[in-house]
Design a protein around this ligand. Structure first.
Ligand SMILES: Cc1cc2nc3c(=O)[nH]c(=O)nc-3n(C[C@H](O)[C@H](O)[C@H](O)COP(=O)(O)OP(=O)(O)OC[C@H]3O[C@@H](n4cnc5c(N)ncnc54)[C@H](O)[C@@H]3O)c2cc1C
Length: 331
């Protein structure tokens, strides 16, 4: 299996749940499990843990994915308890309206978002591994028309980038942030246009520090698509050149927007930039009929599979469960 994001980890867990006792290999190119639901950690600063992708997830369809119950039992999930508000273009707080990421039941990894994937891996009791990724070579050799169609359809899925400013605030600065009546703030469309921000989350750290994650609007992220964070996987693992000056400019622009929108200072904050090249897939996504290529014995799951929860953690969980059910008779 390739990719230790929510869907890859869910597939491993779902196969175990369905009784598969054989060996499973999960290949991941990033630094740990989580994918777009990962948590930024630092060897130099072990107390720091910032959810720099999804800060929470929601379940909107029923029945809920079956993996949620063992995850809750194992203590890997907690209800998202932070208050959520919206911010309009006049800087006024209001109730959260219809928001695709905040309707239904709201959950969070316990204590951090990457614990969702850690929990799924513990259900799978999977062992990790680093190896050559054989898919592209295999696809060229297999000559399976369904696999070729699925690969072409996946390659054609467009997605919007995402750009996040991660701030760790010193205590003196954090005081006013702590007093805000929200932990998750979603910007209305007009507010996104005005400030170039989509959402802000406040994330208390276990050593008392306070982290703030500002997600840019889709438009801002598209305009700065080429700017990688110098600590990103793109820069560190794939060798993409990091332009430190451009990175500073993007961080400064997001920080100014944050201060202007909220009227709060960020004095003394430590900053990092996280750029997601493909954060949010555009519908309609991959037809589930192409998700399992019987002849080549290759399957796909992820939030890019069309269906309930598309583009969200819910879709990653559901598509993995569906694939596990279809794969099992073939194993
Ligand atoms: C900024 C941001 C905010 C979000 N907010 C929310 C939210 O509030 N609620 C919500 O429900 N969803 C949210 N999402 C979406 C959510 O994060 C995704 O829907 C979900 O994490 C997708 O999981 P996945 O397993 O399908 O894909 P991914 O998380 O992308 O996992 C794919 C994994 O495969 C690995 N991989 C890729 N190629 C290879 C390769 N060749 N070899 C080895 N490994 C490889 C990647 O490193 C990654 O770990 C957000 C996403 C972003 C970026």
């Amino acid at each position: 299996m390739i990719g230790a994001g929510v869907s890859g980890c869910s597939l491993a867990a779902a196969l175990r749940r369905l009784g598969w006792g054989g060996s499973l290999t999960l290949l991941e190119i990033g630094r740990g499990p989580g994918g777009r639901s990962a948590t930024r950690r630092s060897r130099r600063d072990p107390a720091l843990a910032i959810n720099h992708g999804a800060p929470l997830f929601n379940i909107t369809a029923s029945p809920e994915p079956q993996l949620l119950e063992p995850l809750r039992r194992g203590g890997w999930l907690q209800p998202f308890a932070g208050a959520s508000h919206s911010l309009d273009a006049n800087g006024q707080l209001g109730p959260l309206g219809a928001d695709p990421f905040c309707s239904g039941q709201l959950w969070q990894g316990q204590p951090q978002m990457d614990d969702l994937c850690r929990g799924l891996l513990s259900l799978a009791a999977a062992s990790g591994g680093w190896d050559d990724i054989p898919l592209q070579r295999a696809a060229a050799l297999l000559e399976d028309p369904q696999l070729n169609r699925a690969a072409a359809a996946l390659a054609a899925i467009d997605s919007s980038p995402g750009c996040q400013l991660l701030l760790t605030l010193p205590e003196a600065t954090a005081q006013r942030w702590r007093l805000q009546p929200w932990r998750l703030l979603t910007f209305t469309g007009a507010a996104q246009q005005r400030w170039g921000l989509r959402r802000v989350s406040q994330q208390p750290q276990r050593d008392g520090r306070w982290a703030v994650v500002a997600e840019s609007s889709a438009d801002f992220a598209s305009r700065h698509r080429q700017v990688y964070g110098s600590r990103s996987s793109a820069a560190q693992l794939l060798g993409a050149p990091a332009d430190l000056e451009a990175e500073q400019q993007v961080m400064a622009a997001l920080e100014r927007a944050l201060q202007a929108a909220l009227g709060l200072t960020t004095t003394g904050a430590e900053r990092q930039l996280m750029r997601w090249g493909a954060a949010f897939p555009h519908p309609p996504g991959l037809d589930p009929a192409l998700a399992l290529c019987q002849a080549s014995r290759i399957g796909f799951c992820g939030d890019t599979i069309a269906g309930p929860g598309f583009g969200r953690v819910e879709g990653a969980l559901r598509s993995a469960e569906a694939l596990a059910t279809r794969l099992l008779p073939q194993l």
